[in-house]
Each structure stands twice: as structure tokens, then as C-alpha cells.
Design a protein around this ligand. Structure first.
Ligand SMILES: Nc1ncnc2c1ncn2[C@@H]1O[C@H](COP(=O)(O)OP(=O)(O)OP(=O)(O)O)[C@@H](O)[C@H]1O
Ligand SMILES: [Mg+2]
Length: 235
């Protein structure tokens, strides 16, 4: 196995004086899909914030592609190939589809090329290029957020509650695209409330409860752990 695309070692994190991550170890091998699962409040979003540079750890190490990046700001991490689609999609609802795509300009990315790639992958976005992003359906908005993310050619794509509020059939459609993106070589860290969907696309899964990783392994190995973590819930 090569250098992991993301590695967290004994990461602690706090909001004010309240520690919420108590020593998180997590490795995303290059070219793999890792599902990060666990109940509400476990620390999944906080873990993504640490890995994307939106929040510094109070202690521990964060490595991206073998480089120690603790405390590096989010824009530096995004230049290093880390891209996040946050909870709530991270698009601009009052701009059109086209304007949202054209805004992805850093690193000399050509706006026209970004549009073309997006409309080829999602013809529906092409048909709606002049529509305000906020007036599209939830699934269409996620197509837009994926297109914006991929325009930066990320090495690691992190998705937080990607399927939130979407109909199951749309979720399946979007996860087919996630699989396709993974096949194109992008490593993915997936936080997902629907454990069965996440496990169906993941190479590895980690179960987080109370700010710690309780289990990690191949999907089949962590399934038992999961029903415990959710107290007999959604797994
Ligand atoms: N901005 C904040 N200020 C203070 N506490 C916070 C903040 N964000 C999260 N927390 C707390 O940190 C803990 C972990 O939250 P986090 O959002 O990482 O959980 P999560 O696993 O993503 O949960 P969910 O599944 O509900 O999204 C929770 O106890 C939460 O209340
Ligand atoms: Mg969350």
C-alpha cells in the first residue's frame, strides 16, 4: 500500500474548552473509499473539519499525502488536493448553475472547461444552466456540488451527509456517480447517515462514537459493531 492520502494520528479537538475528539486515528489509503459512520454528535463532521483545515486540532497529527499539515489553512489544503462537500452542499443558492461553476477558478482552472465537464457528466445541469441553484431539486443541487468539487481535480474528496433530505432513488443515483468518481482514482471519505448505502460503496469503514474510532475494517467486519453504535438503529 502506498502513502495514505489522509492520516489522522491521535487527533484531539475541542470547541472552546469542551473536547469532542479524544484521540482519533484514521487512515484513508490512496484510491479507496472510506465510510465514516456513527450516531449524531459522534464527531464525524468535526473530523472532516480537521482534515480539511477548517479547524485546527488541539493535539495530534494530520497528514495529507504524507505531508504534515497541522494548522494549515483550508485554502492550502485545497491546493494540496483536499476537497470537501460540506453538510448543506456548499453551493451559492442565489447564483445560477453556470455562475456557480464559473466561480471555481483557482489554480488556473478554465471556467468554460469546468462547465463542459459538468454538463457532460450531468446533462440535466446543462439544461438548467441559467436556473438559480437554490431553486433546483436537492439531487440537482448535489450534482452541482459534485461538479464544483471535481473541477479542482481533488486527490481526496470528503462528503458530509451527502444524501441528506434526498429521496432514496436519487441517493442511489448519486452514489453510482460517487462509485464512478472513485473508479477515476479519487480517494473518498464519506460521512453518511444511511449506513447500508455507504457500506455498499466503501472499501473500508470506520465507526465513530463519542469522539473515538471504535472499529475499522472492511464493511462486512464493521457491520456488527454498527448496530451496537446505533443502539439497534439504522444499520
Ligand atoms: N460549533 C460548535 N460549537 C460547540 N460544539 C460543537 C460545535 N459543533 C459541534 N459541536 C459538538 O461537538 C460534538 C461532535 O459534533 P459533530 O458535528 O462533529 O458530530 P457528527 O458526528 O457530525 O453528528 P451528526 O451526525 O449529528 O452530524 C457534538 O457534541 C456537538 O454538539
Ligand atoms: Mg455531522
Amino acid at each position: 500500500m502506498g502513502t495514505p492520502v489522509l492520516e489522522l494520528r491521535d487527533v484531539h479537538a475541542a470547541y472552546g474548552r469542551i473536547e469532542v475528539l479524544h484521540g482519533v486515528d484514521l487512515v484513508v489509503p490512496e484510491g479507496s473509499v472510506m465510510a465514516l459512520l456513527g450516531p449524531n454528535g459522534a464527531g464525524k463532521t468535526t473530523t472532516i473539519k480537521i482534515a480539511s483545515g477548517q479547524m485546527p486540532p488541539t493535539s495530534g497529527c494530520v497528514h495529507v499525502a504524507g505531508t504534515h499539515v497541522n494548522g494549515a489553512p483550508a485554502d492550502a489544503l485545497s491546493r494540496a488536493g483536499v476537497c470537501t462537500i460540506p453538510e448543506g452542499r456548499g453551493i451559492f443558492p442565489n447564483l445560477t448553475v453556470r455562475e456557480n461553476l464559473r466561480m471555481v477558478t483557482f489554480g488556473g482552472v478554465d471556467g468554460e472547461a469546468v462547465e463542459e465537464v459538468a454538463y457532460t457528466r450531468f446533462p440535466r445541469l446543462g439544461e438548467r444552466r441559467h436556473q438559480l441553484a437554490g431553486s433546483m431539486s436537492g439531487g440537482e443541487q448535489q450534482m452541482l456540488s459534485i461538479s464544483r468539487a471535481l473541477a479542482t481535480s481533488p486527490a481526496l474528496l470528503m462528503l458530509d451527509e451527502f444524501s441528506m433530505g434526498l429521496a432514496p432513488i436519487i441517493v442511489q443515483e448519486l452514489y453510482e456517480i460517487v462509485k464512478q468518481i472513485a473508479r477515476e482514482g479519487v480517494s473518498i471519505l464519506l460521512v453518511e447517515q444511511f449506513a447500508h448505502i455507504a457500506l455498499s460503496v466503501a472499501d473500508y469503514a470506520a465507526v465513530m462514537t463519542h469522539g473515538r474510532i471504535q472499529a475499522v475494517g472492511q464493511p462486512a467486519d464493521v457491520e456488527a459493531e454498527l448496530s451496537g453504535a446505533y443502539l439497534g438503529g439504522v444499520a
